[in-house]
Design a binder for this molecule. Sequence first.
Ligand SMILES: Nc1ncnc2c1ncn2[C@@H]1O[C@H](COP(=O)(O)OP(=O)(O)OP(=O)(O)O)[C@@H](O)[C@H]1O
Length: 492
Amino acid sequence: MTHQLPFDNSYAHLPERFYARVAPASVRAPRLIQVNAELARHLGIDPQWLSSPAGVKMLAGRQVPEAAEPIAMAYAGHQFGQFVPQLGDGRAVLLGEIIDRDGTRRDLQLKGSGRTPFSRGGDGRAALGPVLREYVVSEAMAALGIPTTRSLAAVATGEEVARERMLPGAVLARVASSHVRVGTFQFLAARRDVDGVRILANYVIQRHYPEVARTDRPYVELLNRVVARQAELVAKWLLVGFIHGVMNTDNVSIAGETIDYGPCAFMDGYDPATVFSSIDRQGRYAYGRQPGIAHWNLTRLAETLLPLIADNQEEAVLQAEEALAAFETHFEAAYHGGLLWKIGLSGLLAEDVALVGDLLKTMADNRADFTLTFRRLCDAAAGPEGDEGVRALFDDPAAYEQWAVRWRQRLQAEPQDAVARRSAMRTVNPAFIPRNHRIEAVIDAAVERDDLGPFDELVAVLARPYEDHPEFARYASPPEPHERVSQMFCGT
Ligand SMILES: Nc1ncnc2c1ncn2[C@@H]1O[C@H](COP(=O)(O)OP(=O)(O)OP(=O)(O)O)[C@@H](O)[C@H]1O
């Protein structure tokens, strides 16, 4: 373990037009909120050092480590369908890259660490609430097995930020397999910088998809890989009831990780039209629209790659369209396959898609809690004595019972030991998700009472989401009517 961070940087050596060199702003009185010790060790960083005054200074941007080459990355993006040619890290600084224990290159970025040349009118800061939200949800996603950026640490800055009112400020140390976004390609393409797009594409291939370098059509193969990863990612979101909330092209990671936990939320009662973001008035990013939006975003990526795919425009378009068309196949396979696992089936028969579709429809009609329904189905799969728990989640219990008759018949066609089936189902149906009302309570305690106890506890519960923790059963429950959070502000 070294006290010097083992940086090994690559992005900062790309052409200077891809980013701006910056220094994180110094903050007055940094105070550690949390260090993710396991992740630190995985990166070869001593968690004790990271928690020490020297480590906290680094996390707060007060002391830049020797081998760091801090930069703010440039990017553009379609925000709610509107193209903005110049966004970029307005409040984030990429300190450098670290090769982790598995040999994977990871970015270490400070989010909320001050103004950069891309800040536009913003203050470059982050408020404590959104930092805690991103920490909780990104770590929960990782524990659920969903590709995501990670949270290495959070520090309070001891300074206030001006939002709808004055709020305590914080910085999040975020780790990602890279921060290259669809918007990074768009930034270069919008400037007709084909050479830049090629350099970026080659960089991404080398970093994330080295296998395509040896193919005859590396750029269309790159598109194929990104399409497949995004399709699988969105399927995984749907399978746990996750709503990203702000699927702008600047929030689509080329590496296929979930990035930017702004107005995100997990559904309680199942309803595919659910929207949480207060600024998403049209429901553009509703739960059920996420696959279509992902495809739309990937089409924007494809447009930037056309000049690299083929000299002949028509030929390039044909190849790109073929790559984009594969989205649906990847998505359907991942989504339907995942749903079947969730109801205890591994083979796919023709009628299975309808069977699981009817369950979802019944859940929607009855506003059944998404997470609890599937978790309790694990017990019901072991025998009808488990039905009671599921039935109780439906306004009309008979609707569930009718479905369960068909389900049991279908289960019999795939004989399996009841205990084994229940155990297998419990590995894909979490008991704990970061429910919105719980996150709000954590933020409220931290911001209003300077009490981080609820945050620590929630992070600990969500680290093992597939296990029962009877002492934390209250975290598994949906909100009571008075606890329900129906809207999320983009609150930054
Ligand atoms: N307080 C702020 N000061 C300066 N720029 C900001 C601020 N808040 C957001 N931005 C910039 O506005 C754009 C959109 O913000 P958004 O909230 O989607 O991103 P973010 O949460 O800051 O970053 P990321 O996507 O890296 O998680 C980004 O370019 C971001 O850097």
